[in-house]
Write a protein that binds this ligand. Structure first.
Ligand code: NAD
Length: 419
């Protein structure tokens, strides 16, 4: 990791982005100032009895950045680098993202500082249940609705829902989204973020006059977002020439079949040694010549030192905050069409919204209905963002932030300050 990426604090990135967007907005500066502070931050200790009989204490967080447009919404991350600033930044991005999609949620995020690779399934379940118990008074279907993020999945959401429901004395499916379908999850949720990324790539390609059939793509991260984005790109006829995960990357000029790679991953627990591919590093992957680059792992992976080497025409941000502010400027100067995170990866929260609506109504929709509604909402948001970018001659990220921050500031202005 370079000096710049170590120094970049995601919350400082959020503050800089608010300042930039605010220059173009005509709302009360006091309302903008309010958005520079999260509404509530909770830090908890999560004691877990490990399989060897000892007790280990983990640090947990839940931050609600804004509930002005509706209940707070956002994922839960398990990772060694989780800290309060990262969680707060991710919560603010959720606030803008929900506003850009025009879905009636505010923004939140949670996390536990831990390395899930070092935990057994039993330890992971105990950690999840105790973390849920510690944030119990913060969350609820009308207050704050967690969902999966890095290293958390449908099973973790099932444990969270069960812990909350046991405390309430009745089943409360709407307390989390991204649950298994058998307990109130939604069709289409597991693929929604990656599919949404590709809906946005289709719009961007149309705008740039690029044919997707035969275009080339590179995907960083082969988890929930990266793997489903790779599969959806493949279905559009895009040649996915490189894919990576935390252990490194795979390159194949003829294209990788992500469905076969998924099978290989499930059998072997790693993408390494997938036949017919060359091993490359994550740095080499980001510098490959391609039409579409999808960073779908973690923050700050495209930074001052490597942004100049990016040779993609479109960067579709599957991950949150993958491009640092300086890298953003460099990509802008190179004419790269960036689809910013709060637009590109908003498919997950949009189908989470559908899941929540279905849970509250106890009435479930089919996958075709879900994907059609998802596409409509995302395409409409894309058009609004591009119109703002063109009208104000700003980059797509600033335009998306203007749309999101502007909507939240408007809601704040209308509600006024209490008391
Ligand atoms: P995940 O845990 O399912 O997958 C993460 C992937 O990134 C794994 O393949 C992992 O090996 C890889 N990875 C980790 N560190 C890496 C590194 N240094 N270099 C390359 N690869 C690395 O997580 P996810 O849910 O797919 O989330 C990925 C990103 O997408 C995060 O930024 C998350 O906030 C964002 N996101 C997720 C969702 C969702 O619905 N899950 C929605 C919106 C945004």
């Amino acid at each position: 990791m370079t000096e710049e990426t170590q120094r970049i604090n995601p919350w400082q990135m959020v503050l800089a982005q608010i300042d930039k967007a605010a220059r173009y907005l005509s709302c009360d500066p006091g309302m903008i100032e309010k958005l520079r502070y999260p509404e509530r931050s909770l830090q908890v200790s999560v004691p877990v009895r490990l399989d060897n009989g000892t007790i280990k204490i983990f640090k947990g967080f839940r931050v609600q950045h804004s509930t002005v447009r509706g209940p707070a919404k956002g994922g839960v991350r398990y990772h060694p680098s989780v800290d309060l600033d990262e969680v707060t930044a991710l919560a603010a991005w959720m606030t803008w993202k929900c506003a850009v999609m025009n879905i009636p949620f505010g923004g939140a995020k949670g996390g536990v500082e831990c390395d899930p690779e070092q935990l057994s399934p039993g330890e992971l379940e105990r950690l999840t249940r105790r973390y849920t118990a510690e944030i119990m008074s913060f969350i609820g279907p009308d207050r704050d609705i967690p969902a999966p993020d890095v290293n958390t999945n449908a099973q973790v959401m099932a444990w969270m829902m069960d812990t909350y429901s046991m405390q309430m004395g009745h089943t409360v499916p709407g307390v989390v989204t991204g649950k298994p379908i058998a307990i109130g999850g939604s069709e289409g949720r597991s693929d929604a973020t990656g599919l949404g990324v590709v809906f946005m790539v289709i719009e961007a390609a149309q705008k740039l006059g690029m044919r997707l059939d035969g275009a080339t793509a590179v995907v960083q991260g082969f988890g929930n977002v990266g793997s489903s984005a790779a599969r959806s790109l493949f279905r559009e006829g895009v040649k996915v020439i490189a894919i990576s995960d935390r252990t490194g990357g795979l390159y194949c000029a003829a294209g990788i079949n992500p469905f076969e790679l998924q099978r290989h991953f499930l059998q072997n627990g790693t993408i390494a040694e997938f036949p017919g591919c060359e091993r490359i590093t994550n740095d080499e992957l980001l510098a490959l010549e391609c039409d579409i680059l999808v960073p779908a792992a973690l923050e700050n992976v495209i930074h001052r030192e490597n942004a100049g080497q990016v040779r993609a025409k479109i960067v579709a941000e599957g991950a949150n905050g993958p491009v640092t502010p300086i890298a953003d400027e460099i990509l802008g100067e190179k004419g790269v069409f960036v689809i910013p995170d709060i637009l590109a990866n908003a498919g997950g929260v949009t189908v989470s919204y559908f899941e929540w609506v279905q849970d509250l109504q106890n009435y479930f929709w089919n996958e075709a209905e879900i994907n059609n509604r998802l596409r409509q909402i995302m395409v409409s948001a894309f058009k609004k963002v591009i119109a703002i970018a063109e009208e104000n001659r700003v980059d797509n990220r600033t335009a998306a932030q203007m749309l999101g921050i502007g909507k939240v500031a408007e809601a704040l202005q209308l509600r006024g300050l209490y008391p």
